[in-house]
Design a protein around this ligand. Structure first.
Ligand code: GLY
Length: 381
């Protein structure tokens, strides 16, 4: 599949990668002692000082590993390894850790172990997997999201991207107990989160003692009937990852269904992704991160479907990435981040912060997608 897309777009792929490497090789050194989330006046902030347990704290180290794989430059490896050590602070407070430990360790320590064979990285990733597995509700058949009182019965679509950590753990230790939890959760997500039209529910509230659904919550989207685009991107990429790790066809079908909904709606705004596909058309709020996450998932899905479908999905991924590069990327050295215009959640009123800002996972998934287009086959998830 993707060979055709790579060949047709080679000049753009090569020049974009060159710009990424030029900028990030400097930022990798400049921000080596930080775990960034966003920037302030162009300078990376540092979450390790304020919230070591923050869910996005693995993306910086993960992105450094991706750049190392794409360039072979030792400076990226040094920063990735340092990020992992800084992140040991997050293991010190079990009670505040949560369902996002896959985002935090699998793409950082998991990548480190798979690339270098480091046994400390291996242990960190297994501890994270054990932590994630311990959040499984046996009767409700879901992995619990968050820790706040009242969220005992909540599952969220985002967790589809955390369960690859469990597949990895089972493969490593030769015992499918982690994988079985992951598959139960994925089956639940297909049943309770993915709607018949291919859009998704962000938060599903379950009865904690049966598998009954009590309520749908809008979460980070416009409302409970709308479709938060980043949630849809987590769904389509997470579903194809479950397919890759298990071979269960239902997961590929779910990926295709959610991806189709994403592609049709994203095309309507020239491949610049808005925050919610079912929100009112005005005001327009963009979320660049949803687009780049989806692009990664679309490129994976394209490997497992017919040639005609692959053309649609890979073509849409390239359109999203080109639109992101053209409209949202900042390659100047006065700004530490690259992808601008990320949005944390649908802003229900003017005072909600986190709208149209650079967010570290926007940069991570843009780099991941470009590395895939460069033909590198390493799957970090
Ligand atoms: N996983 C949280 C988010 O996507 O904002």
């Amino acid at each position: 599949m993707s060979q055709k897309w790579i060949e047709q777009n080679k000049p753009w792929i090569d020049s974009t990668w060159e710009k990424l490497d030029k900028k990030l090789s400097a930022v990798a050194v400049k921000s080596r002692e930080k775990i960034p989330y966003t920037t302030k006046d162009g300078v990376h902030d540092n979450m390790i000082e304020t919230r070591p347990e923050w869910w996005t704290n693995g993306f910086w180290g993960g992105m450094m590993w991706l750049m190392y794989l794409g360039s072979g430059k030792e400076e990226y490896k040094k920063t990735a390894q340092n990020a992992e050590k800084l992140m040991d602070a997050a293991f010190k407070n079990f009670k505040v850790l949560h369902h996002d430990v896959g985002f935090m360790w699998h793409i950082m320590s998991g990548a480190s172990y798979r690339i270098t064979g480091d046994t400390e990285s291996y242990n960190r990733n297994l501890y994270a997997a054990a932590m994630l597995a311990s959040r499984y509700n046996i009767d409700g058949q879901y992995i619990r999201a968050w820790n706040v009182e009242g969220s005992e019965g909540w599952s969220i679509i985002d967790s589809m991207m955390n369960i690859p950590l469990l597949y990895w753990a089972s493969e490593e230790i030769g015992d499918d107990r982690f994988k079985r939890i992951a598959m139960k959760h994925a089956d639940m997500a297909i049943r309770d989160h993915i709607r018949p039209d291919g859009s998704v529910n962000h938060i599903v509230e379950h009865d904690t003692e049966t598998d009954a659904v009590i309520k749908i919550h809008g979460g980070q989207g416009y409302d409970e009937t709308s479709c938060w685009t980043r949630g849809l991107a987590w769904a389509l990429y997470g579903a194809v990852l479950s397919y890759i790790h298990t071979g269960k066809k239902d997961y590929l079908d779910a990926a295709v269904k959610t991806a189709s909904y994403f592609v049709v709606n994203c095309a309507a705004t020239d491949y610049l992704t808005v925050v919610d596909f079912k929100a009112p058309p005005e005001p327009v709020y963009y979320d660049s991160t949803a687009g780049v996450i989806a692009a990664c998932g679309l490129l994976e899905i394209a490997k497992y479907v017919s040639e005609a479908e692959a053309g649609v999905f890979a073509g849409a991924a390239v359109s999203i990435l080109k639109a992101t590069d053209r409209e949202f990327c900042n390659y100047s050295d006065s700004e530490d981040s690259i992808v601008q215009m990320g949005t944390e959640r649908y802003p229900v009123n003017e005072t909600i912060p986190g709208v149209h800002i650079p967010i570290i996972y926007g940069d991570f998934f843009f780099v991941e997608a470009m590395l895939k287009l460069k033909g590198n086959g390493f799957l970090i998830w």
